[in-house]
Design a protein around this ligand. Structure first.
Ligand code: GLY
Length: 430
């Protein structure tokens, strides 16, 4: 359980997810200080928070800072440092860290490992084949016409999944991966998978190595433009809760969550941190699309304003094996999170444009691609910020969110106008 003395926390990362984590952790009355490395324009100004100019991959500097500043808990946000073993490295230095080790995070950084793990546990997922060369992959495509999704095995900045409509597109994706070597060593292996058509949801679960606790289900909007058109992005918005989850709750629990819980108990799964299940619901029910080994972005921004209980207490319990004693309490309100991006995102980002905003009732503004220069918040990335509104209904939350966005501006600002619309369409039809 959380110690009584005032705690110092270090959050690693610089996105909207990390701003939301810092914002929520800072609300704990046990917290004296939240450092964020390197942070953004939002974490620079958040109450109790302070940015530390250390890059997320600079493990020696992070370790030195944490030791010198007597940090009580390090919370890791992004996938890259996890895949490179930041937790292993900091734990070796006797620091308390929230997040999976490199081996545990392999569920995210190796798609082939992840699919084999799903198979071993009998978790529902699309059929697949793993290929280690261009020749092998081309021959697998010829033999398996159902293989229309190509996944780069390693981390690929969210760009390593090709959802194709025919063999020509699959072969073009393989050419990019093996021929042009666009993904470097991450693309030395690919997973060819059957395409499943359906609606997606994100279910994030905390794990202390023995127990799993589900967080509030969310739905992400990955495509750049309204109507789920255009290229995939890091996330244009999210909402929570998700009616789709409620409809399939018992199947999701019996086919996915309970087998994972059993695997933790039996030792078939070793994992602590956030286990993020990307789920798709097709005609045959819920199936796993992927695992991530961290908090989602922008799911975290959509979730944090709904979390009534102390996040820090839950994160701490994950590091002390006491998650069974924690109950996460969620507001019955709905939340709608809309991400404001640079005009040309994801092709290019925005730099140095002043960001102005004003408070709006029942909303929170989390910054992402921003920094403070001469006392002003300026853009510094593709996804610049997110506005999250909460309200008793999803329709009201979305309305409030879009009204609040009218008070935010930076040159070239753009955002989707249909975030969460699917949720209230469903409400109207159910
Ligand atoms: N929202 C997708 C992700 O965090 O990977």
């Amino acid at each position: 359980m959380l110690p009584e003395y005032p705690l110092k926390i270090l959050v690693i990362g610089s996105g909207g997810r990390e701003h939301a984590l810092c914002w929520k952790i800072a609300q704990s009355d046990r917290v004296e200080k939240v450092f964020c490395a390197p942070g953004n324009g939002g974490t620079a100004r958040e109450a109790k928070c302070e940015n530390v100019p250390i890059a997320v991959m600079d493990f020696p500097a992070i370790e030195k800072f944490a030791i010198e500043n007597k940090v009580d808990l390090v919370v890791v946000g992004p996938d890259n440092p996890l895949a490179e073993g930041i937790v292993d490295s900091l734990e070796k230095a006797k620091l308390r860290v929230f997040g999976p080790t490199r081996e545990q995070a392999k569920l995210e950084w190796s798609k082939a490992h992840s699919k084999r793990f799903m198979d071993r546990l009998g978790l529902p997922t699309a059929r697949y084949v793993v290929c280690n060369s261009h020749e092998e992959a081309k021959s697998a495509v010829a033999q398996n016409p159902w293989a229309q999704v190509v996944k780069v095995d390693g981390l690929a900045l969210g760009k390593g999944v090709f959802v194709c409509d025919n063999e020509t597109e699959v072969l073009a994706a393989l050419e990019q991966i093996f021929g042009a070597k666009t993904f470097g060593s991450a693309g030395e292996t690919v997973v060819l998978e059957e395409k499943i058509v359906g609606e997606e949801l994100s279910l994030l679960m905390l794990s202390d190595g023995k127990h799993l606790v589900q967080m509030a289900p969310c739905q992400d909007h990955k495509r750049r433009f309204d109507g789920d058109k255009g290229p995939n992005t890091g996330g244009m918005g999210a909402y929570s809760p998700v009616e789709l989850y409620d409809r399939y709750k018992s199947q999701i629990e019996s086919k996915i969550v309970e087998p994972l819980q059993k695997a933790l108990s039996s030792g078939a799964l070793t994992f602590k941190g956030v286990l993020y299940a990307g789920i798709i619901v097709s005609e045959s029910g819920p199936e796993l699309l992927e695992f991530n080994a961290r908090f989602g972005d922008p799911e975290t921004q959509a979730m944090m304003p709904r979390l009534k209980s102390d996040l820090l207490e839950a994160l701490w319990a994950c590091t002390s094996g006491e998650l069974d004693q924690i109950k996460m309490e969620w507001s019955s309100n709905s939340s709608c999170c809309v991400v404001a991006v640079a005009e040309q995102y994801p092709t290019s980002s925005s730099k140095g444009e002043e960001v102005t905003s004003a408070d709006h009732p029942n909303t929170v503004l989390y910054q992402a691609g921003t920094k403070v220069v001469e006392g002003k918040v300026v853009t510094d990335g593709g996804r610049v910020l997110a506005v999250v509104a909460t309200a008793p209904s999803m329709e009201e939350a979305a309305k409030t969110c879009y009204t609040a966005l009218e008070k935010v501006s930076f040159k070239g600002m753009d955002y989707r106008k249909d975030i969460a619309r699917r949720a209230f369409k469903q409400c109207l039809s159910s």
